[in-house]
Design a protein around this ligand. Structure first.
Ligand code: ATP
Length: 347
């Protein structure tokens, strides 16, 4: 069990700051997702954790010990790449056992551990198969087994599911999660898929342009995003400008009550936001926090109906029951429940 701490970790390539003063802690046995758009610095961070790349400043600590001068092979961190690079001339058993052979583990023990780990990745008895006799999903599981067999302190997965089709992705997600839990290995995986991060991770580190934006449990990115950019990445652009005074926000559409114990922005200019699934349509007369919205578009989505509304000049997305009926152009009341409102900084 290993804790990983990244302290002011920074890496530049020429003029590009790929990772900028990154600080975060991965608890022992935790599964953390590095999430963000292409080029935001996820892989660079992963490579600095393994030692494949050195930071220009900052530190990587495993259990409080600096790893900066420790070479990759001595760190006890293994990486699984997007493309499963198996040795083509070796069979599965030899591929998986490679790391153990390098460590000088004797043959009988090596075979026992290889079989054990192949069971774990659901490829029992595959020792004698060649890499080209495996499907893409099976090759990726062999790559995972090869990383796990050496019992690493830290497991790093660089978009390990990117090359798999939808069904295999789902299967691999579940497999990674259950093995990671069972073995209790502190793990990081890189993804630009928000859904994947939410389904797999204990905590998500969301990065933009080399800068950590928010590091929290998945629910926080929906309920308590720290900026409009974070909210947007999690598909919420619903916002209304206002001025907070205690437990109310004055907006152009009326006064909205907020839960002062929940929201975190100080009094002053704010943006009120609420997730598409939390807006109530056609509330009962007299309900609090009701405003008027004009229907711009109604799209039946099978499991729900999605509406585009004009709310004080901003276009909002709102989800309703699948059988909700509304006409384009009509004005409808909507309720913004105080318990679901969140405040973002105005700028
Ligand atoms: P992706 O999801 O596309 O893999 P990423 O978030 O993993 O992206 P990185 O690969 O870490 O992003 O790259 C971060 C930035 O650093 C990018 O602007 C990239 O072009 C740059 N970069 C990364 N590696 C190098 C390198 N070896 N030389 C020069 N620039 C690099």
């Amino acid at each position: 069990m290993t804790t990983v701490v990244l302290r002011d970790l920074t890496r530049r390539f020429g003029n590009v700051t790929a990772v900028d003063r990154l600080n975060l802690e991965i608890a022992s046995g935790e599964l953390v997702a590095f999430l963000g758009p292409s080029g935001c610095g996820k892989t660079t961070t992963l490579r600095m954790i393994t030692g494949l790349l050195l930071p220009i400043s900052g530190d990587v600590l495993f259990d409080g010990k600096s790893m900066i001068t420790v070479p990759t092979e001595k760190r006890g961190a293994v990486m699984v790449f997007q493309k499963h690079l198996l040795f083509p001339t070796m069979n599965v058993g030899q591929n998986v056992g490679f790391g153990l052979r390098m460590q000088g583990v004797e043959k009988k023990e090596m075979n026992r551990r290889v079989s054990e780990i192949l069971e774990l990745v659901k490829l029992p008895g595959f020792e004698n198969r060649r890499a080209h006799e495996l499907s893409g999903g099976q090759q990726q599981r062999v790559a995972l087994a090869r990383a796990l067999v050496v019992r690493p302190k830290v497991l790093l997965l660089d978009e390990p599911l990117a090359n798999l089709d939808a069904n295999l992705r789902l299967e691999m997600r579940e497999l990674i999660r259950s093995i990671q839990r069972e073995m209790g290995i502190s793990s990081v995986f890189v993804t630009h898929d928000q859904e994947e991060a939410v389904m797999l991770a204990d905590r998500i580190a969301l990065m933009f342009d080399g800068v950590l934006q928010q590091y929290d449990v998945p629910q926080a990115f929906y309920q308590k995003p720290l900026s409009t950019r974070v909210a947007h990445f999690f598909r919420n652009d619903n916002a209304l400008a206002g001025t907070r005074r205690g437990d109310v926000v004055e907006t152009a559409l009326g006064t909205l009550r907020v839960d002062a114990a929940r929201v975190q922005q100080p009094d002053g200019q704010v943006l009120v936001t609420v997730r598409p699934e939390d807006v109530r349509l056609n509330p009962e007369a007299g309900s609090p926090n009701c405003i008027q919205a004009k229907v711009l578009l109604v799209v039946y989505m099978g499991t729900h109906t999605q509406l585009q509304l004009d709310v004080g000049g901003h276009t909002w997305l709102v989800h309703s029951d699948a059988d909700f009926q509304a006409r384009v152009g009509e004005t409808i009341p909507i309720e913004l429940p105080a318990s679901r409102l969140w405040l973002l900084p105005a700028n």
